[in-house]
Design a protein around this ligand. Structure first.
Ligand code: ZN
Ligand code: ZN
Ligand code: ZN
Length: 697
């Protein structure tokens, strides 16, 4: 049975379309077991694990401990061998526990699974499931037998079957839970209202996590989506349960949610985890003071959604080209995506840009016949070199060598001697500036340059401090330029694919922060003699508001009103891009000073220099035109006189640019994550600090 969720009314962008949903089952990743609370996922003082405790659970409060430890103690997870004790198996065992406890529900809590497809091939996935289910079944048998793990109790086939079912349900339905900093701390399986939402590579909704432990009774927001099956044309009445435990007993509060009269309703029930499992109705006095454990999830619209339209979210990174998305979706979930973006022919502009490799020179007539072969070959080699450089940086930490390697690949591309018809031809393949590997490189370069700048200014080198300050300044402005290029590059793609909004939000905030940090660098006075004078003028000279756009007002209004209309959002986006383009023209040469690759990016905001590529989109892969090659200007196009490209207004411009980027990032974050989200408050805090900074000058 194929399920989908549809909107029950017309919705504008930036609307929460579900209340906070509770997980059926969840678990921290092993790497976070000693740093986060196993119940609410909040940070705790790290606990140094002893061998006995390597997979234990820790809690932030007695409250979390009483809520969650019954699940931990009853689910048999303590009997998993430590070599295979993973978040995946713990989540599956906890899901199974809930299922056992409420055997009145036929399928595992009405979750759909891809068990048949997941286990039909002899591959890694199948092997993981086979071994995992065996370990689960053994653990359950040991748990029941009261064994302390010395030797394994035998298990019967029914237990193995249920274990396999639970494991497949987790593989099909679990989502990574990200903390406020965006770090993946664990996984969770949510109730069907979320799990039935299908994937699209151009989704109209996104989701966020909430870690606050508000009480059960505060769930006021409504479901604005309803289940739908293609077979019956009728919304199905379906129910599920979700777990949470009491302060009083080894029990769990189950929220049975039912779909009646076009609405989801919760029906709380109480389950006691004992040998004979009992289910009894719960009185409201018992609910008082109870808290649901686990992270909550809220679905929010990022596009306008019409009544009856299917609501979709992304199961994969949308900044990947089609082939990578499809292979990830297949290996993880066993389906081929047939969304509009995936079925578009020719490829959508975004998918074209994300995978485009240009032939900088060489005889393209030879390439014409074998274009796909050569392009794939070039793609493989470029992918390998870039991934090698990035993973070497992550393991060895040599930021200088990483910057050099990546910039060499970005600037020079791949030189190849190719043999065709017994003749050797020389080709040069270069990544499109918005190729997904280029975008990954910008992210790494922005952080590697930042690390180099910090190392230099914090290190106690025996060199002239003025000189090292000046060098650190150069490194941080290069880092800033990469942040800006990344944000504006992805924004350029966002113009054609509005579901990239969450990525763009993060990148603009990153660029804004980096620009504002640059304005406060101590390196200015070491480089520019008149800097102190400039700084003293800024306070009076630069008003916090921009006279040319309403961005700041719009941001403030949206947070106050808790909503923004899509027309207003479009208007303010246009104003923003005008302002940012204006200011960037004035400072780009200054920011890219000293970086050969960045100098080749003529205009990071309008990307007009990419137009020749855009025009060739419809040409199709079999017909290469020479205009697919974009030109790199000769090195000396920026004269020596521009060496520093510095004027008395440079700092003020960078400050203005930084505020624009940050505020716009905040507005996008508001649309994706809501007014109370971590990213929005982060932006608000920086803006408030900025204000104080200016007043204190
Ligand atoms: Zn906690
Ligand atoms: Zn798709
Ligand atoms: Zn403006």
């Amino acid at each position: 049975m194929e399920m989908e969720m549809r909107s029950i009314s017309d919705r504008d962008i930036g609307t929460d379309i579900t209340p906070p949903l509770t997980p059926f089952s969840f678990s921290l990743h092993n790497t976070h077991l000693h740093t986060h609370c196993s119940s609410c996922f909040s940070l705790i003082t790290p606990i140094i694990p002893t061998t006995n405790h390597s997979h234990s659970t820790f809690y932030c409060s007695p409250h979390c401990s009483t809520s969650h430890s019954p699940i931990h103690l009853s689910s048999a997870e303590r009997h998993l061998p430590s070599s295979i004790n993973s978040s995946l198996l713990r989540t599956a065992l906890r899901l199974l526990l809930l299922h056992h406890t409420t055997s009145l529900f036929p399928r595992i809590n009405h979750l759909l699974t891809n068990r048949l497809l997941l286990t039909c091939q002899n591959d890694d996935v199948n092997e993981t499931i086979r071994l995992g289910a065996h370990a689960m079944a053994t653990a359950i048998a040991n748990h029941r037998g009261g064994g302390s793990g010395g030797f394994s109790e035998p298990y019967d086939n029914a237990v193995l079957e249920k274990s396999t079912d639970a494991l497949c349900a987790v593989l099909t339905n679990a989502v990574e839970v990200h903390d406020n900093e965006g770090c993946a701390v664990g996984i969770a399986v949510f109730e069907p209202a979320f799990s039935w939402i299908n994937h699209s590579c151009s989704p109209n909704a996104c989701y966020r996590f909430s870690f606050s432990s508000s009480s059960l009774l505060s769930q006021e927001s409504k479901f604005l989506i309803a289940p739908f099956t293609r077979n019956s044309q009728q919304p199905q009445i379906d129910c599920g349960v979700s777990g949470s435990s009491s302060e009083f007993a080894q029990g769990v509060l189950l929220l049975r949610f039912i779909f009646v009269n076009g609405k989801f309703q919760y029906e709380p029930q109480f389950v006691v985890f004992q040998e004979c499992l009992q289910l009894r109705p719960i009185t409201s006095s018992l609910i008082m003071g109870w808290r649901i454990c686990g992270p909550r999830l809220i679905v929010r619209s990022i596009k306008r959604i019409k009544k009856g339209e299917e609501v979709t979210v992304a199961y994969t990174d949308l900044l990947q080209p089609k082939a990578l998305r499809q292979s990830e979706l297949w290996s993880k979930y066993r389906f081929l995506c047939c969304c509009k973006r995936c079925t578009s022919l020719p490829f959508t502009y975004v998918d074209h840009a994300l995978q485009e490799i240009s032939v900088l020179y060489g005889d393209s007539s030879g390439l014409r016949t074998n274009y796909k072969f050569f392009r794939d070959m070039a793609d493989r080699r470029l992918t390998d070199s870039i991934e090698d450089a990035i993973s070497e940086y992550l393991s060895v930490g040599d930021s200088l060598s990483c910057c050099e390697k990546l910039e060499k690949i970005l600037t020079e591309g791949l030189d190849e001697q190719l043999e065709e018809n017994e003749e050797k031809s020389h080709y040069k393949f270069i990544l499109h500036p918005l190729h997904h590997l280029s975008l990954n490189s910008y992210t790494t370069l922005a952080s590697a340059y930042k690390v180099r700048a910090c190392d230099l200014s914090s290190g106690d080198f025996e060199i002239d401090s003025n000189q090292s300050e000046s060098k650190a300044f150069d490194l941080s402005r290069t880092s800033t330029a990469y942040f800006l290029l990344l944000a504006s590059g992805v924004h350029h793609l966002f113009n054609s694919e509005s579901s990239l909004i969450a990525s763009v939000a993060n990148f603009w905030v990153g660029a804004g922060e980096s620009l504002l940090t640059l304005t406060k660098s101590s390196g200015w006075s070491s480089k520019f003699v008149n800097f102190d004078l400039v700084l003293s003028n800024i306070a009076s000279d630069t008003k916090f508001e921009c006279s040319k756009c309403s961005l700041m007002d719009r941001f403030r209004d949206s947070i106050l009103n808790g909503k923004i209309k899509s027309e207003d959002f479009e208007n303010v986006s246009n104003e923003f891009i005008h302002c940012v383009s204006d200011i960037t023209h004035k400072v780009w040469n200054f920011l890219v000073y000293g970086c050969h690759f960045l100098k080749s990016c003529k205009d990071p905001i309008s990307f007009s220099w990419l137009m020749s590529i855009k025009n060739s989109v419809d040409v199709g892969a079999n017909d290469i035109k020479t205009d697919m090659c974009y030109t790199h200007e000769p090195e000396n196009s920026i004269g020596v006189s521009d060496e520093l490209a510095y004027t008395d207004h440079t700092v003020a411009h960078i400050l203005q640019l930084g505020r624009h980027c940050l505020t716009y990032g905040g507005l996008l974050a508001f649309v994706c994550y809501g007014p109370n989200s971590h990213l929005v408050s982060h932006v608000q805090n920086i803006l408030a600090r900025e204000n104080n900074f200016l007043f204190s000058l």
